[in-house]
Each structure stands twice: as C-alpha cells, then as structure tokens.
Design a protein around this ligand. Sequence first.
Ligand SMILES: Nc1ncnc2c1ncn2[C@@H]1O[C@H](COP(=O)(O)OP(=O)(O)O[C@H]2O[C@H](CO)[C@@H](O)[C@H](O)[C@H]2O)[C@@H](O)[C@H]1O
Length: 492
Amino acid sequence: MYIVQIASECAPVIKAGGLGDVVYGLSRELENRGNCVELILPMYDCMRYDHIWGLHDAYRDLGVPWYGGEIKCDVFCGWVHGRLCFFIQPKSQDEFFNRGYVYGGHDDPMRFAFFSKAAMEFLLKSNKRPDIIHCHDWQTGLIPVMLYEMYQYYGMERQRVCYTIHNFRHQGNCGNEILEATGLNRPEYYFHYDRLRDNFNPFALNLMKGGIVYSNYVNTVSPHHAWEARYTEVGYGLGHTLELHQDKFSGILNGVDYNLWNPETDELISSMYGIDDLKGKAKNKKALREQLLLADSDKPIIAYIGRLDDQKGVNQVHHAIYYALNRKAQFVLLGSATSADVNAKFWHEKHFLNDNPDVHLELGFNEELAHLIYAGADMVVVPSKFEPCGLTQLISLKYGTVPIVRGVGGLLSTVFDRDYDLNHAPEKRNGYVFYQTDNYALESAMERAIGLFYEYPKEFEQLVQQGMEYDYSWKSAGVQYINVYDRIKYQY
Ligand SMILES: Nc1ncnc2c1ncn2[C@@H]1O[C@H](COP(=O)(O)OP(=O)(O)O[C@H]2O[C@H](CO)[C@@H](O)[C@H](O)[C@H]2O)[C@@H](O)[C@H]1O
C-alpha cells in the first residue's frame, strides 16, 4: 500500500510532544510491513536539520492557490532516519514557518490551513496518488474536507483519509477567512452543524470537526480515550459529533519505537542495560546525578518528563516535587511550559530550589537528557488530568522506571496497580495508579512506591522487571492501522 502521512511534527526532526513520536514510529512500522510511506511536513526554521540526510529540491515554485492569488512554495526532500520526508517551504511575507516556533502564533489556524492546502497541491501536481492519506490533529483537519469538496474533482477521487486525533483539547477554531483563503468559499455551506460549524461557538469553524466529518476513518490513540471522548467532558465538545460518526471511530493504542527507545541499544544513555542486568541502570542513575549535580545517596529518583501544561496536571507535578523531597526522595523535572504563567511559576521554583542537592528542574526541551532521565530515574509521575494515550509511561516501562499515573485514558490501559489491580495477576502488574485529582490521591500512590523502594527493595526490583517485560512496541498498532487502511481503501 502507498501511504502518505501529513502532519505538523515528526520526531526527531521536529517534535513538540508525542505527536512527533507517533508520526515517526508508525511510519517506520508501516514500512517494515512492506508498505511505501512518505511524509509531508512544514519546513520550519527551528527543525533539527542535523537529523535530515540528503536534503535536496523536490519541487521548485509549487504554486499554491491562496486568497484568489497564489503563494509559491519550494518543496524539499530528505530522509529522517530512513523515512522519506517532503518539507514545504512557502515563499511569502507571512513567514508561516520561519518564526522560531512550531505552535503558538495568533494565526496558527491560518498557518496550518496553508500547510494543508500546499500539501494537497503538492500531491496533485507531483502526481502522487497514495492509497491512504493519514492526517493528524487539527492542523491537518482541512485535508479531508478539501479532498472531498475539491481535489477529488481534479483527479484525486480514489484517495482515502485516515484521521488520528492525539488531543481533543486543541481543535483549531477559526473564522470564515480560512474558507476564502483555501478557496473552499461558500461559508453558508461550511457553517452548517453537519459540517465545520463549532458545536458551541456558532460563529466559529472547527477544523478538527471537519476532519472527523469528512475522513473515511477517525481514531484517537487509545480505546479507553475513544470512550472518554464520546461520553465525558474530555471530548471538549466533540462528543456529539463522534456519536454521529461512531461507525468510523475507534481507539488504537499507540506504540513506542523501540529502535529509538530501548535501554539495550540506546546510545544516548551512559550505560546500556536489559531486564536481566539492571546494574547498567544503576550506572545511569549515577551519571544522571553527576550531570544534574544531584547529591549521591541511597534515595530514589522520581522524575517528570513532559509538557508543563494544564492537561498534564501541572499543579500536581508541582506538589510531587515537594512531596518527594519530604519523603526522602530526589526529584528531576524536564519540561517545557506551554503558557507564560506556568513558565514563570516553574522558573520561580527553579530559583527557589537552586541550592537543594536533591532536586533539579530543567525547563526546556532536551531529547538527549530525556533518554538519560528515563534510564536513570527509579519512578516517573504522570498525574495527567486527561491523557489520550501517554508515551512517558510506555517509555518508562521499557527503561525499568516505575510509572505512578492517574487512571485516565491510555494510562489506565497500560499501567496496572501493583497493590490493587484485580484484573491482572500480581506478576503482571507494573506500576501505581491513583484516580482522584487531589493531592492526597497522588501522595498515597507515591507513598506506596517510595515505601516499596525503601522497605522491600527486592520486590521493587521485581516490579521494575515486570514493567520491562511489557511489549508496547508498534507491532500491534501497526496491524490495526493496516486493517483500517484495508477497510477504507476500496470504500466509495
Ligand atoms: N521537555 C521535554 N524534553 C524532551 N522530551 C520531552 C519533553 N517534553 C515531552 N517530551 C517527550 O515528548 C513525548 C511526550 O509524549 P506524550 O504522550 O506525553 O505526548 P503529548 O501530550 O505531547 O501528546 C499527545 O499525543 C500523544 C501521541 O499520540 C499522546 O500519547 C498523548 O496522550 C497526547 O496528549 C515523550 O516522548 C516525552 O519524552
């Protein structure tokens, strides 16, 4: 099968979070299964160009219709760790992707609507006719809309779209200028509730809703979150739309790319190790302490890695730092804030804790350090308010780092409480789970984990190994996505 992935991120060349990991890892898995996979991405100025091999011209002066005129784009092509990627670089004064950031512009819907339009023009004009176009999140929600309403009449009538939602919180709400810009026009048509009109703001279009309505198949990234999105508030207003389109909606649990995330082969950590030899893990703990200037001691290291965002339960992340310190544990945080106030709060905290030898807060994005933390920490906390899948706990399990998570979304489907999970035999349990959003719930789970570490080290080590035994690779998800593609390929 010929599959084109269109997305705003692909690790490691451009990664703001888990979306990038998934786009890369899934593409690799699909190729390993004998499919031809290509990726289309924006050409950001802030990409990790050192991860692109053989970057060269693929299409000069691609004319992309925009507001009745056109914007010329150059399309470059190169390999990102073996994946063939096309990068779209618009030549316009808007400088859509030359701003030193991936997201965060006041005109983000316009930037990514342009990207979506340009990706479709590129497919059309370079005569690429994939069996499947796989789009991700609101940034590419307009692609199935444009395919169905325009491009099928230009010769792309056989292409089918799979649309994956990684985060319902961000839906790409915008006004009807997007319709004018992309040439879709006809606001009276698109502003219908059955099409793109936002379910709650009658004056706004919703790009994610467009993706749901027009795609041949829609999924989110875990079965439990698929249920939550339909029936609880974490669908952020799209529950009714999902209900209407339930026959083409499901949840497929993400995998982790064990080529990149595997302590037995990871070159970014200080000492490689496997399930049968955890001495290497102890060396990484030492290396982590040395790198972050933490005191050498017998204490466990508890970590948090992730965006510092309301979704991730920032207040509980903050609480976890102090609880860990009170309970004789060390704490390492690696995170980048998504809002100015959270950023200020954690910078304040970093200064306040600067001289404490048991804590290190690293504010920013650092892929290399993330590897060392996964390898060197004993436990990781994930107190998310909602979590469509969550990769942190999956990576942690592979690195023998015990996850302490809130029981929501994909966290609930992948972490099984050592003391209380009645659905799994004791030897299949792999972490700690709490449910409520208050600090006591988090404390009780942390307390149990720290207690086991100090009081029953052998049992703690066994828990570590039980976690490492889990296989959360892309194998299973790869099969499920191919089944979806097969199902929609001949659909009319
Ligand atoms: N400061 C930092 N420095 C280095 N690395 C960092 C980092 N902050 C985060 N990361 C890395 O980024 C990834 C984050 O994965 P998450 O699953 O938490 O994704 P996120 O919430 O962004 O994405 C959404 O999409 C993914 C993918 O579908 C879903 O799993 C998730 O639930 C959903 O919210 C991990 O690989 C983590 O190590």
